[in-house]
Design a protein around this ligand. Structure first.
Ligand SMILES: *Cc1c(COP(=O)(O)O)cnc(C)c1O
Length: 369
């Protein structure tokens, strides 16, 4: 039987909370107050509580969240920031936007996350910070990253855009460094119905500065202390996010269940599964990424059988035209390159039926027969 299983779907997720989302829309509409009002304040309080941080500041998107943290830390022209060579390009673009230079460090093939043992050799007199990305929803090795940072007096910024609700040694991501950036792009584990993002931190100075910088550099109305920008979380998105935050643990739990089935039931010597981490790393599977030497043939094979896939990501950042100026050649970051050539993300979403999960497993197990 031929099926049609999308890579991702909002259908069940939104159907279950449709009345609450509609009510949230009406509340904001009735208040007729759309920027920096009660809904944003409420969501910020809730999300800070959820992450276990003192502060949460709503911003326009995940890229801005990282960029505003860097600006608040006064990182810019002439500075270097350590970034994993395997991440979504937004991590590096945030560094470029403030005028600093991203310095790429290779990941571990097993976890896809930055290899902490390779950070030290990339640190120079110009290095100011490390951005730890919790890629795919798997927490980065924060103790090791924080230890290197402490040794050299560097700041640690978490890019938690793919990891809302993931935990490291029992603590939520977003609370594990000096500050963290989240994205609420619709497809993330906690997604708005449009763009959105936030910064979490326990540092009062960073919190105040991020809030002012994202509001035209203003600390109170018509009083401007920085050359800021406009990057705020609007009331409508904040109200939707408050509704969705209540479901996040349930949604993540379901993703973990689907991942558990994939991990125990996919058996194919041509396919490498993501490694199981020990219980210190609570992965929330923003995406479920398998690897295969003949990745493009596997992609075509799955497509022909009605299974949607994506590649996270097909071209590593150092080989993108945007970063040609860094003069990093093909072959210089072989692990990031190998990942880009072999990865394929398979269907993973709340509401995926057991029958569909079984079908994906069966079809993958038959690949290469
Ligand atoms: C999505 C994403 C971002 C950027 O978030 P936007 O809200 O799209 O700007 C940053 N880093 C990572 C790892 C992401 O996946």
């Amino acid at each position: 039987m031929r099926k049609n299983i999308p890579f991702a779907s909002f259908e069940n997720m939104h159907a279950e909370i449709r009345r609450e989302l509609d009510a949230a829309y009406r509340t904001v509409m009735d208040r007729s107050y759309f920027i920096q009002g009660k809904a944003c304040e409420q969501f910020e309080r809730e999300f800070a509580g959820y992450c276990g941080t003192d502060y949460c500041i709503g911003v326009g998107n995940g890229l801005d969240a990282l960029m505003l943290i860097l600006r608040a830390m006064e990182i810019g022209e002439g500075d270097e920031v350590i970034v994993p060579s395997n991440t979504y390009i937004a991590t590096a673009l945030a560094v470029s936007y403030v005028g600093a230079k991203p310095v790429f460090v290779e990941p571990e093939l097993a976890t896809f996350n930055i290899n902490p043992d390779l950070i030290e050799e990339k640190i120079t007199g110009k290095t100011k910070a490390i951005i730890a990305v919790h890629l795919q929803g798997r927490p980065a090795d924060m103790d090791s990253i924080n230890a290197v940072a402490r040794k050299y007096g560097l700041r640690v910024i978490e890019d938690a855009a793919q990891a809302h609700g993931a935990r490291y040694k029992g603590k939520k991501v977003g609370s594990l460094g000096d500050a963290a950036g989240f994205s609420f792009y619709p497809g993330k584990n906690l997604g708005a119905l449009g763009d959105g993002g936030c910064v979490t931190t326990n540092d009062r100075v960073i919190a105040d500065k991020v809030r002012a910088l994202g509001n035209y550099g203003s600390d109170y109305k018509y009083h401007h202390i920085y050359k800021g920008c406009n990057s705020r979380l609007d009331e409508m998105q904040a109200a939707f996010l408050s509704v969705k935050l209540k479901q996040l643990d349930k949604w993540n739990q379901e993703r973990r269940r689907i991942a558990g089935r994939y991990l125990s039931e996919i058996h194919n010597p041509l396919i490498a599964l993501p490694c199981r981490s020990d219980s210190s790393f609570e992965h929330i599977y923003h995406v479920f990424v398998i690897r295969c030497r003949e990745r493009d043939s596997l992609e075509k094979y799955l497509k022909e059988r009605g299974i949607g896939t994506l590649k996270h990501y097909p071209i590593p950042m150092h080989l993108q035209g945007a970063y040609a100026d860094l003069n990093i050649r093909k072959g210089d970051l072989p692990i990031a390159e190998e990942i880009s050539e072999t990865v394929l993300s398979i269907p993973m979403y709340y509401g995926m039926s057991d029958e569909d999960i079984s079908y994906v497993i069966e079809v993958i197990n038959r690949y290469g027969d």
